[in-house]
Design a protein around this ligand. Structure first.
Ligand SMILES: O=C(O)CCC(=O)C(=O)O
Ligand SMILES: [Fe+2]
Length: 363
C-alpha cells in the first residue's frame, strides 16, 4: 500500500472554470480524482498533495524562521508561553503536551493487543517537543465559543513573523479547502458539505520543534501515538523524517513526503461527519534510522538540528454542529457520533491531552 500524490491543479482549474461559467458538474476525470481522494483518506487516514500555490520555497522560508526561533534559549521562548490561555497562542514548552496513548486506558488496551510489528512506541511521559500556536484566518464576531481574548504572540526580534506565519498558514488552509471539497465530492456529498462548515473555523498553524541535539537517540518518541481532534491536519515536508501512520487495516507505515508536497491527515471531526466511515488517522513521531541519517547530513552541512513540522490544524467552525452528514446517518457506526457542537467537542478533547482545564476555569 502506498499513498498516492494527488495534483490539485486539475481540480483548481475546473473550479475556476465553473465559477466563471456558472456551476458545472465535474466531468468524469475530475470525479475519479475526487474518488481517489476520499478513498485514500478512508483507507490510509492520509493523503499527499501537490498544490501549485504552495511551493517548496514557501515551505523553506517558514522552516528557516521556525528553526531560528526554536534555536533561541529556553528563557527567551518562555516569554511567549501563555499557560493561562491553555497554550492556544504562543509557545508550548517540551514536557507539557500529553499523548493520548499515555492517558487513555482504552487505547492502552488496544495497543497491547496489536501485533508486535505494528505496535506503536509506548511513550514514557509527556512529549519532549515544543510547539507554537498561531491562528490562521478570521473568526466569527458572534459565537458561543469565543476563543479566550488573546492577542497573537510575536517574539521580539522576528520582524517577518506575522507575514511568514500568515502567508504559509493561509496557503496551507487553501490547499486543505480544495482537498475538503474533493473529498466531499468523492464521498457523494454536496461539494461544499465540509468547506461550508470550515468557514471561520479556529484553524491553527501549530509547528512542532524537537531538539534532535538533545533528544536525537533512536526510539525517542516526540509525539506519542495519537489522533488529531480537528477536521483535517496538513503539513509541509519536514526536514527530518520520523512520522509513522497507521492505515485503517491496522498496518503501520512510515511516511515519506516528496519535496514540494503536502501531507494531509484525517482528524476526529471528519470521522464524526462521516459517521465513522473515514476514521481519524493514528500517528506518532519517533526518531528512526532515517531521522539519524538526516541528522548526520544536517550536521555536515552545518544546518539546524531542530526538527520543525509545519503542522496546521484545520477545524470545523466552533458553532457548527458535528453529526454524520447526509447518507452517513445510515452508517453502521453512526450512533457512536452523537450531535454536538464542534466547540464543545474540542473543549472535551483538549482537557484529555492536558492543554485545557474545565470550561469554568477557561472563562
Ligand atoms: O511533528 C510532527 O510531524 C507532527 C506532530 C503531530 O502529530 C501533531 O502535532 O499532532
Ligand atoms: Fe498529530
Amino acid at each position: 500500500m502506498h499513498i498516492p500524490v494527488i495534483d490539485l491543479a486539475p481540480y483548481l482549474e475546473f473550479s475556476r472554470n465553473s465559477q466563471s461559467v456558472g456551476d458545472q458538474e465535474p466531468h468524469s476525470n475530475i470525479k475519479s480524482l475526487c474518488s481517489e481522494v476520499s478513498r485514500t483518506l478512508k483507507e490510509t487516514g492520509a493523503l499527499l498533495v501537490k498544490d501549485p500555490r504552495c511551493s517548496a520555497a514557501d515551505s523553506d522560508r517558514f522552516l528557516d524562521m521556525m528553526e531560528k526561533y526554536f534555536e533561541m534559549p529556553d528563557d527567551f521562548k518562555r516569554l511567549q508561553e501563555r499557560p493561562q490561555l491553555h497554550y492556544q497562542v504562543g509557545v508550548t514548552p517540551e514536557g507539557v503536551e500529553v499523548p493520548r496513548s499515555l492517558v487513555d486506558g482504552e487505547m492502552q488496551e488496544k495497543l497491547k493487543s496489536m501485533p508486535v510489528e505494528s505496535r506503536p512506541s509506548i511513550p514514557a511521559g509527556p512529549d519532549p517537543k515544543w510547539r507554537y500556536m498561531w491562528r490562521i484566518g478570521s473568526r466569527p464576531s458572534s459565537t458561543g465559543f469565543k476563543e479566550l481574548n488573546s492577542e497573537p504572540v510575536i517574539p521580539e526580534g522576528f520582524p517577518v513573523w506575522r507575514d511568514t506565519m500568515d502567508s504559509w498558514g493561509s496557503k496551507m488552509v487553501s490547499a486543505m479547502e480544495v482537498v475538503a471539497e474533493m473529498a466531499a465530492v468523492g464521498f457523494g456529498l454536496q461539494k461544499d458539505a465540509f468547506t461550508s462548515l470550515m468557514d471561520q473555523g479556529p484553524h491553527l498553524l501549530a509547528p512542532t520543534g524537537s531538539n534532535l541535539r538533545r533528544h536525537g537517540q533512536i526510539g525517542t518518541v516526540f509525539a506519542g501515538y495519537h489522533n488529531d481532534l480537528n477536521f483535517l491536519t496538513i503539513h509541509g515536508r519536514s526536514r527530518f523524517p520520523g512520522l509513522n501512520i497507521w492505515l485503517s487495516n491496522g498496518q503501520k507505515m512510515e511516511v515519506k513526503v516528496p519535496v514540494g508536497c503536502l501531507l494531509i491527515q484525517t482528524g476526529k471531526q471528519i470521522e464524526w461527519l462521516t459517521g465513522g466511515e473515514c476514521v481519524a488517522g493514528m500517528h506518532e513521531v519517533v526518531v528512526t534510522d532515517r531521522t539519524i541519517e538526516a541528522m548526520k547530513l544536517a550536521s555536515e552541512q552545518n544546518r539546524s538540528l531542530w526538527r520543525v513540522s509545519s503542522t496546521l490544524f484545520g477545524h470545523i467552525a466552533s458553532d457548527a454542529v458535528l453529526k454524520p452528514l447526509a447518507h452517513f446517518v445510515d452508517s453502521p457506526l453512526a450512533c457512536k457520533y452523537p450531535l454536538m457542537s464542534a466547540g464543545e467537542f474540542v473543549e472535551l478533547e483538549l482537557a484529555v491531552i492536558n492543554l485545557k482545564g474545565s470550561k469554568e476555569e477557561a472563562s
